[in-house]
Design a protein around this ligand. Structure first.
Ligand code: PAF
Length: 272
C-alpha cells in the first residue's frame, strides 16, 4: 500500500468494514468526484466492538466486495489482517474525550476510541488527501472531524448522505441480520424521523419532538429503543425549548440482537 501511495498523486480514501452495499458505493462515487485516485479499506476493526457486541457475527463477503469495487473502478483496496494493524505491544490510543462519552458512546463505551484510533492508523498508512465517511454514522463523522481538527491532520473530511431502501430503512451492512419480521418493522425509524422533520418547523419544542419520536418508535413492539436524542446539528450540544437552529435527531434501536442507528437533520420554521 505504501509503495502504491508513493507512486500516485491525490488520493481519496473510503474506510469501510466491508460487506458493501449501495450506501458504500455512493461514498465511492463521492470519492471519485474529488478527482485523483480512490482507495477503499476493508477492515472489521475489533477495537470498536464491545465484549458483548457482534464482532464475530459481523457480515463479511470479501470476494463480492472486491467485485463491486473493481466494477466501480476503484484504484486500490487495502484489506489488512488484524495483526498487520495492531501490534500486541501497542500503547497508544486516540480519543475525542468528550464526544466519545455521549450518545452512542454511552451505549457503546470504548467504541469511538476504537474508531478514532483505527482511522488515525489508516490515515497514517494510506496518507490520503481526503476521506469520505457516511452521514448515517453522524456522531462518528463528528468524532473524526474533531480529531482531524485537534490533531492537525491534513486530510479533508467529506460526509456522504444516507442511502435508503425503498421503504426508507437506512442502508447498513447489519440489515441482512434482521429476521423477516424485524426487517418489516425496521422502517419505523425512518417514519419517526420523517414525522419529526414535518413537525420541526411548527415551533415545537425539542422535548416535545423527542417524545413524539419515542412514542412512534415504541408503538412498534419489535423495536427496543436504546436512545432518542435531539442535539444541535453542528456542535452536538443538548438543546431544549423551541428549535432556533438546525437540530439532528439521533436514533439507536435494537431489533433482536441487531443494533440499528439512523438520524435526520431537521430545521426550525425560518430555515425549513
Ligand atoms: O464506519 C465504519 O465502517 C467504521 O467505523 C470505520 C470508519 C471504517 C472505522 O472502522
Amino acid at each position: 500500500m505504501r509503495a502504491w501511495r508513493k507512486s500516485v498523486g491525490h488520493v481519496t480514501l473510503v474506510p469501510t468494514m466491508g460487506f458493501l452495499h449501495d450506501g458504500h458505493m455512493s461514498l465511492v462515487r463521492r470519492a471519485k468526484a474529488e478527482g485523483g485516485k480512490v482507495a477503499v479499506s476493508i477492515f472489521v476493526n475489533p477495537t470498536q466492538f464491545g465484549p458483548t457486541e457482534d464482532l464475530s457475527t459481523y457480515p463479511r463477503n470479501e470476494s463480492r466486495d472486491l467485485d463491486m469495487l473493481r466494477d466501480a473502478g476503484v484504484d486500490a483496496v487495502f484489506i489488512p489482517d488484524v495483526a498487520d494493524v495492531y501490534d500486541p505491544n501497542a500503547q497508544t490510543i486516540v480519543e475525542t474525550t468528550e464526544l466519545a462519552k455521549v450518545l452512542i458512546g454511552k451505549l457503546r463505551p470504548g467504541h469511538f476510541r476504537g474508531v478514532a484510533t483505527v482511522v488515525t492508523k489508516l490515515f497514517n498508512i494510506i496518507r490520503p488527501d481526503a476521506a469520505v465517511f457516511g452521514e448515517k454514522d453522524y456522531q462518528q463523522l463528528a468524532v473524526i472531524r474533531t480529531m482531524v481538527r485537534d490533531l492537525d491532520m491534513d486530510v479533508k473530511i467529506i460526509g456522504g448522505p444516507i442511502m435508503r431502501e425503498a421503504d426508507g430503512l437506512a442502508m447498513s451492512s447489519r440489515n441482512v441480520r434482521l429476521s423477516p419480521e424485524d426487517r418489516a418493522a425496521a422502517p419505523v425509524l425512518a417514519r419517526a424521523l420523517n414525522e419529526a422533520a414535518a413537525m420541526a418547523p411548527t415551533g415545537v419544542t425539542a422535548s416535545r419532538l423527542r417524545s413524539h419520536v419515542r412514542a412512534t418508535l415504541e408503538a412498534e413492539p419489535r423495536a427496543q429503543v436504546q436512545s432518542v436524542d435531539i442535539r444541535d446539528a453542528e456542535t452536538l450540544e443538548t438543546i431544549s425549548g423551541p428549535l432556533t437552529r438546525p437540530a439532528v435527531i439521533l436514533l439507536a434501536v435494537k431489533f433482536g440482537q441487531v443494533f440499528l442507528i439512523d438520524n435526520r437533520v431537521v430545521y426550525p420554521k425560518e430555515q425549513a
